[in-house]
Design a protein around this ligand. Structure first.
Ligand code: SAH
Ligand code: SF4
Ligand code: F3S
Length: 472
């Protein structure tokens, strides 16, 4: 069924035409501050604005600017405020300009209040539960020239409003960044409550989409030219169809059957829920990419327990062994956090030990950031900043050393690369990705974009490579 948001988008188009603007003459810019799920929401925002008759602008010097915010770490918030300050100047020159804030940061009461008080030039604010309300809010703003604030609070008491938002999963127009690949949400929200993490409070309770809705979306994407999809969720392994109880490995089997889809990725896998069945499904599949992002967070069993992660150093390492035994060509990447409250030098050395033993191809490293409302933020044993920075630097150089060592194994191999774009530094090169997710640069032209071609890997640099097109 067509969602009501389309009606509002058409009404917006009518208002613009009535005011003498031609289709495409007004421009928008959507900036994404967060994770893949945040990026997927941005694609829906772009799709909605295109449907209403706006065209995309590469920068903020335009008519509608949307900041799709993230609040997972303090510096994500600071970036938004920094750029908001600059927008004020642009708006002075263009009185029509609308400034819109949405995403995870808006689900924090304190941030919403701060925006209301100190940033009165913001026109529209909405929360993570209100993506499909955006067309109505923009319409109301244009029609009545009033500010619009609509943030459905996530208080987990399951009140009617939150429940109805959770149940609705409308199909919204989207504009993808790449014509040949796309993210697809399979779960929303999170129930894991890692003690440092704000995501469950800003994204709400975990809910799985219906399998049939997911498959329909992927079939439509395939018809539209998509050959690679990434299934998205905070913990894809806990996917469970609300109706027929399809699990994640079962879902993967069905996705595999969809014609036209050549590569399937997923993100993120929580180590506590990664099953042997998933490893089996991957090893039997040619379409499932040889990459697992498996956030470690810490290598200390004590810290992991205080983080509420539900695995130990040993069980993590044995999971890595099981994966590598069945999938010898797998690439493993991870997230690691330094400076969780109470982390001792010994705990940190345990993390380094896992990095030495697990053979990660690359790792995202973060300094622990205190998030209001999370249990870890109340702890009194926060770690001194200088100690944290010193550990962080040691970890970075260890990861650098290990990933340089690991990536050498690809040199000399001829592997399929999905070409994504022209290289921005050297116009004679194109850039693509291995099934293992690593980036490869090689000589080629635009005609290769969107195609999977064999490339012989010549040089390795951490987790990116230079290659040469192989004759096929
Ligand atoms: N659902 C994913 C993680 C999503 S957040 C998972 O559980 O693996 C992405 C990463 O941000 C996390 O893996 C973690 O390493 C980091 N992160 C989350 N909260 C953080 C905090 N308060 N401080 C620093 N890093 C944090
Ligand atoms: Fe945050 Fe943990 Fe949920 Fe990941 S699994 S989003 S780290 S609470
Ligand atoms: Fe950030 Fe929200 Fe993603 S807090 S990491 S954008 S779920």
């Amino acid at each position: 069924m067509r969602d009501i948001s389309y009606d509002y988008l058409e009404k917006i188009r009518d208002i613009l035409l009535e005011e003498g603007h031609s289709i495409g003459s007004l421009r928008y810019h959507v900036a994404t501050f967060g994770c893949q799920m945040n990026a997927r929401d941005s694609e829906k925002l772009r799709g909605m604005l295109e449907y209403a008759g706006f065209s995309e602008s590469p920068d903020e010097d335009c008519d509608i600017v949307i900041y799709n915010t993230c609040t997972v770490r303090e510096n994500a918030n600071q970036k938004v405020y920094g750029r908001l300050g600059e927008l004020k100047g642009i708006k002075k020159k263009n009185p029509f300009m609308k400034i819109v804030l949405c995403g995870c940061m808006m689900e924090e009461k304190a941030e919403e209040e701060r925006i209301k008080k100190s940033y009165p030039f913001v026109d529209i604010v909405f929360g993570t539960m209100n993506l499909s309300d955006f067309p109505r809010l923009l319409y109301q703003n244009l029609k009545y020239e009033e500010k619009q604030y609509e943030v459905t609070p996530i208080d987990r008491k399951n009140d009617e409003l939150l429940l109805s938002k959770i149940k609705s999963d409308p199909i919204l127009p989207t504009k993808r960044k790449y014509p040949f690949k796309s993210g697809v949400n399979i779960t929303y929200g999170c129930n894991n409550f890692c003690t440092y993490c704000i995501v469950p409070f800003v994204r709400g309770p975990e809910r799985s989409r219906r399998k049939e809705d997911i498959l329909d979306e992927i079939r439509a994407l395939s018809r539209d030219g998509v050959i690679e999809i990434m299934l998205l969720g905070q913990n894809v392994n806990s996917y469970n169809d609300p109706g027929d109880k399809t699990t994640f490995p079962m879902l993967l089997r069905s996705v595999e059957e969809i014609e036209g889809i050549e590569r399937i990725r997923f993100m993120t896998s929580h180590p506590k829920d990664l099953s042997n069945e998933l490893i089996e499904v991957m090893s039997a599949s040619k379409k499932l990419c040889r990459h697992i992002h498996l956030p470690l967070q810490s290598g200390s069993t004590k810290v992991l327990s205080e983080m509420n992660r539900h695995y130990t150093k040993e069980s993590y390492l044995s999971l890595v062994d099981r994966i590598k035994n069945k999938l010898p060509d797998i690439s493993l990447t991870t997230d690691i956090m330094v400076g969780f409250p109470g982390e001792t030098e010994e705990d940190f050395l345990e993390t380094c030990d896992v990095v030495k033993r697990a053979g990660f191809d690359s790792a995202f490293t973060f300094i622990y950031s205190k998030r209001d409302g999370t249990p870890a933020a109340d702890r009194r044993d926060q770690i001194d900043e200088t100690v944290v920075h010193e550990r962080f630097d040691r970890l970075l150089s260890l990861i650098h050393e290990k990933s340089s060592e690991n990536s050498k194994r690809f040199v000399g191999q001829t592997l399929p690369v999905l070409v994504e774009e022209k290289n921005s530094h050297d116009q004679s090169l194109v850039t693509g990705r291995l099934s293992q997710n690593a980036i490869v640069h090689f000589k080629g032209d635009e005609s290769l974009i969107g195609r999977i071609v064999p490339v012989t890997i010549k040089e390795s640099h951490d987790f990116y490579f230079f290659g040469e097109p192989a004759l096929s």
